[in-house]
Design a protein around this ligand. Structure first.
Ligand SMILES: [Fe+2]
Length: 310
């Protein structure tokens, strides 16, 4: 909670940093860092209000996800059964159901959009205009989970801020650039094939940073940083406040590498120099257009990259 002025180094509305902002700026996309907020008393995040929010999300195609059951750290997305109950009944049985409920794009409701807009302004001010240019397509997800529930090992593409509003959870977060943990091939598969591309490895447990999140805490989870979560003994309400990088940065060059590898090429990892990735980006965009038009894709890709050293 934002109770001690001495804790606050940079603040805007409901948001603050507990450390010097320069630490956050240096850590963005590289390692986790903590933030603080004042949302725990906001009635928008009470369970009665969230039951209505969940019902609204369930009416929008693809904006509600529910599963319930025991989870292992190695389980993949979609491996846990979906309960055969309306979402409001799952919400009413959270104490005992072992449930995990995700409400996506809640910012479609202007009351939540106001919360997201305030955070976006805070985050952009915190990192400055150059880095803020990468903060595309802000989204708010609300994650409601039963006591003791685990979220298994995975990594995401988004620039993520995990915000704890009610209950506690422990989160383990790995270095996004540790290729022993998140390998280049896994990132290629993530963008080219499946979002469940990250496989748990024992080294991740040895090297992960651990955070205990209580109401009022938040943590930055860098893109491609593998992570997993263990809920405490109470129902948890968390927010995932996300931004997306422009596609040319990671999505297109890694998806192109995945495609090229499937065709027998041995592509180099995407360059940190975006200009060097232009041929790969052009390739993957041409392939998407060809697919949309129902044209053969493999011949196009092979001829585009025959003899290439990309
Ligand atoms: Fe995640």
């Amino acid at each position: 909670m934002l109770t001690s002025p001495a804790q606050i180094a940079f603040t805007n509305g409901n948001w603050a940093t507990p450390t010097d902002p320069s630490h956050c700026l240096a850590s963005l996309h590289v390692q986790p860092f903590s933030l603080k907020h004042n949302l725990a008393a906001n009635p928008l995040f009470s369970i009665p209000c969230l039951i209505e929010t969940a019902q609204a999300a369930a009416k929008r195609n693809g904006d509600a996800y529910i599963d319930a059951g025991k989870v292992a750290i190695t389980d993949k997305w979609g491996a846990i059964p979906t309960p055969d109950l309306p979402i409001e009944q799952v919400m009413q049985r959270l104490e005992t159901s072992g449930a995990w409920i995700i409400m996506k794009h809640v910012e479609k409701d202007p009351r939540y959009k106001a919360v997201l807009d305030e955070f976006t302004a805070f985050a952009k001010d915190l990192v400055g205009p150059a880095k803020a240019r990468d903060f595309r397509n802000p989204e708010m997800l609300i994650i409601v989970t039963s006591p003791g529930r685990m979220t298994s090992y995975h990594f995401d593409a988004e620039i993520n801020f995990l915000v704890q509003v009610h209950g506690t959870k422990r989160v383990w977060i790995c270095d996004p650039n540790d290729r022993d943990i998140t390998t280049s091939r896994e990132i290629e598969r993530y963008y080219g094939e499946t979002e469940s591309a990250g496989d748990f490895k024992a080294v991740a447990e040895e090297r992960a940073m651990q955070f205990l999140l209580e109401p009022g805490d938040a943590v930055h989870i860098p893109s491609h940083g593998a992570h997993w979560v263990q809920n405490g003994d109470e129902v948890s309400v968390s927010l995932s406040l996300n931004f997306e990088f422009p596609d040319w940065k990671y999505k297109d060059p890694f998806a192109a590498n995945h495609l090229l590898r499937s065709l027998g090429f041995n592509p180099k990892p995407p360059s940190v120099n975006p200009v060097a990735n232009i041929p790969k980006i052009a390739l993957v965009r041409s392939v998407r257009t060809a697919k949309a038009l129902g044209r053969p894709v493999k011949k196009l890709a092979r001829s585009a990259f025959k003899g290439s050293r990309a």
